[in-house]
Write a protein that binds this ligand. Structure first.
Ligand code: FUB
Length: 395
């Protein structure tokens, strides 16, 4: 029989465990094994497109036959939309539904994949890159070409044409990056035509140190960031440039080792906060071929470089599900929603009867976190050239 001290310890321990499990958001998908995330923001929703690890606990290689999608409006509550694309969508595919990337253009969604090609088709013995297209983020997706966009034999110095990432610059030019270091394979890049299903010009080689696979390009404040899996076991390294064509300045490690040998990232800005979406082997019975998608915060230094990712099991906090905003005065030189997430604001909030509710200093995220969902506020930002009065409704 327990004495009262033992009972108290047991209760405290149980409460601690409940508390920990309540805040552990990583991995974000727990009902299956998912890998190689590509995150995409569409309006108020984040979609995460993943590969699907189906290998058994004793497997010594990947078993990947299809790709899945999950979505969230707050980065914490995820809806699993299940399988949305599979090897069977590509008549020329043989096996290995490896990493993929989705990009929207002209009201359509283009899902770039890499798969082993059927050898009898003469495209080369290894991987090709395919593209499927749909009218909305969840599909149905169909093979846009009926053949690879990039065939293995188009890149004699690259054995594994895998891990496509497509980036569309502000001027509308699309670029695709892909590659894998097997047999010293390099990182490749080619421009895409506006139809997103044809290459535009020659395939070139991109020079970055210790490239392994998983290139990902994003842009912030006119700086281009090329992150990629590096070394083995992999870390995520990154380089910066003032052009998507380079030259690239190496910036070191962005994400250290994870619990799987592979490391694969996607980087998004959702409602003014940057996120690092990646995979590890964090689920029970997880491993190198049984991976799981996680999300942690990504922060920039003032010089535009990125702070090393802090991997957590707690994950990220829920974001407000949306704001509606209207400017109340002509003195507002900016919109509240367009403010950078790092800007420190001196602010006051009032209800619509003019009664002050809160005041303080902090980021947009701090202000929004103090607002009750579904409520309207008058927000007065007081600092200098960022002063303005807004009507903000959190919904
Ligand atoms: O998931 C299969 C392969 O593992 C991907 O294509 C690579 O990026 C690595 O994560």
């Amino acid at each position: 029989m327990k004495n009262s001290f033992q009972t108290e310890v047991a209760c405290t321990f149980t409460a601690l465990l409940l508390g920990l499990s309540a805040i552990a958001q990583n991995p974000i998908i727990r009902t299956k094994f998912t890998a190689d995330p590509c995150a995409l923001v569409v309006d108020n929703t984040v979609y995460v497109y993943t590969g699907h690890d189906e290998a058994s606990t004793t497997a010594t290689d990947y078993v990947m036959n299809n790709w899945h999608v999950a979505s969230s409006k707050d980065m914490v509550n995820w809806t699993d939309h299940g399988q949305r694309l599979s090897l069977s969508n590509f008549s020329w595919a043989n096996a290995a539904a490896f990493a993929s990337h989705v990009v929207p253009r002209n009201g359509k969604y283009y899902w770039y994949t890499c798969v082993l090609q059927k050898p009898q088709l003469g495209y080369g013995p290894y991987f090709g890159i395919g593209v499927a297209v749909a009218d909305n983020p969840l599909g149905p997706f169909i093979d846009a070409l009926g053949k690879p966009l990039i065939k293995d034999n188009q890149t004699p110095d690259l054995q594994f044409d895998i891990d496509p990432c497509v980036f569309i610059d502000d001027d509308g030019q699309a670029y695709m990056y892909w590659g894998n270091a097997t047999s010293n394979g390099p990182l490749k890049m080619v421009k895409l035509k506006a139809n997103m299903t044809e290459i535009d010009g020659a395939i070139t080689t991109v020079n970055v140190p210790a490239f392994t696979e998983a290139p990902y390009l994003h842009k912030r404040n006119n700086m281009y960031y090329l992150s990629y899996a590096s070394g083995w076991p992999e870390t995520i390294a990154y380089a910066t440039s003032n052009s998507p064509l380079g030259p690239w300045t190496s910036r070191g490690t962005l994400n250290g080792r994870v619990s799987s040998e592979t490391n694969h990232q996607s980087i998004i800005d959702f409602k003014g906060q940057w996120y690092f979406v990646y995979h590890n082997a964090g689920l029970p019975t997880g491993g190198n071929f049984r991976r799981s998608v996680c999300i942690d915060y990504l922060y920039y230094n003032t010089d535009g470089t990125i702070k090393k990712i802090v991997q957590t099991t707690a994950g990220v906090k829920p974001v407000v599900t949306g704001i509606e905003e209207s400017s109340e005065t002509d003195e507002s030189p900016f919109s509240f929603s367009s403010l950078s997430s790092e800007a420190i604001l001196d602010y006051e909030t009032y209800d619509f009867l003019g009664r002050k509710i809160t005041e303080g200093m902090g980021t947009k995220q701090k202000i929004m976190s103090e607002m009750v969902q579904g409520t309207g506020y008058v927000l007065r930002i007081k600092n200098g050239n960022r002063s303005g009065i807004f009507k903000v409704i959190k919904y």
